[in-house]
Design a binder for this molecule. Structure first.
Ligand code: 13P
Length: 236
């Protein structure tokens, strides 16, 4: 079970360090079978080996080792922190940063060539959801264009865009329908759900038969709350 915190553009370097310290202490005292991951802002990356119970990851990277890519972070910079897992395909990067499927596929291939663990994010907007499950399925499969899903370090996060940061999670039936569809095709790839996950809905979500974890934004920003979420997943 993967329980992951996506900080997005939140926390400073100092508060990230405090958070990770608290989380690592908690996991030392309460060992878990969960694979706990935290994705801080790029400016708050810290050495991954300082927090042995947590996998630190990058929310974003440029598909190059280094070079002339102003403002971007390459593999050389992630290597310095021992970062070996990344998010790719998040809807905020697709929509706000205008990342195309073609570019995302390039980033995915680069991450794969570095042997990094990847959480690959997909999710449909509200107008597609309003057109029914067939439209949702078509939209989601199109987000796999150019993505080699036959990669043992891949997990897929289903994050319906209309459920992200809105406080309104998808219904468990809606989540189950999509995750079951993905499972039928992707077989052993762990499948996560993301979108307004909180302490009230997590247990039901991670109890779904095709669900292998959660990618959490707002509800994971507070370390104590994230610890609570890990315990819920642990005890489901
Ligand atoms: P929220 O949990 O804040 O809805 O964010 C979900 C998300 O986008 C995680 O990547």
């Amino acid at each position: 079970m993967i329980i992951a915190a996506n900080f997005k553009t939140n926390h400073t370097r100092e508060s990230t360090a405090n958070y990770l310290e608290a989380l690592n202490l908690f996991l030392d005292a309460y060992p878990t079978h969960c694979d706990v991951r935290v994705y801080p802002a790029a400016s708050s990356l810290l050495r991954a080996d300082l927090y042995p119970h947590v996998k630190l990851g990058a929310q974003n990277f440029y598909p190059a080792v280094n070079g002339a890519y102003t403002g971007e972070t390459g593999a050389q910079q992630l290597d310095e922190f021992g970062i070996k897992n990344v998010l790719t395909g998040h809807s905020e990067r697709r929509i706000i940063l205008k990342e195309t499927q073609d570019f995302i596929a390039k980033k995915y291939a680069f991450a794969r060539s570095n042997n990094w663990e990847i959480i690959y994010c997909i999710g449909e907007p509200k107008d597609v959801r309003d057109n029914g499950f067939k439209a949702v399925a078509e939209y989601l499969w199109a987000e796999f264009d150019g993505i080699d899903t036959d990669y043992e370090k891949l997990s897929v996060a289903y994050e319906p865009i209309w459920a992200i940061g809105t406080g309104i999670s998808a219904q468990t039936e809606e989540i189950a329908e999509v995750l079951d569809m993905l499972k039928a095709e992707l077989k052993s790839v762990p499948l996560l759900y993301g979108g307004s996950v909180n302490a009230e809905n997590l247990r039901q979500i991670v109890s779904l038969k095709s669900c292998g974890g959660a990618l959490i934004g707002n509800a994971a920003l507070d370390a104590a709350n994230f610890c609570k979420l890990i315990q819920i997943a642990q005890n489901k």
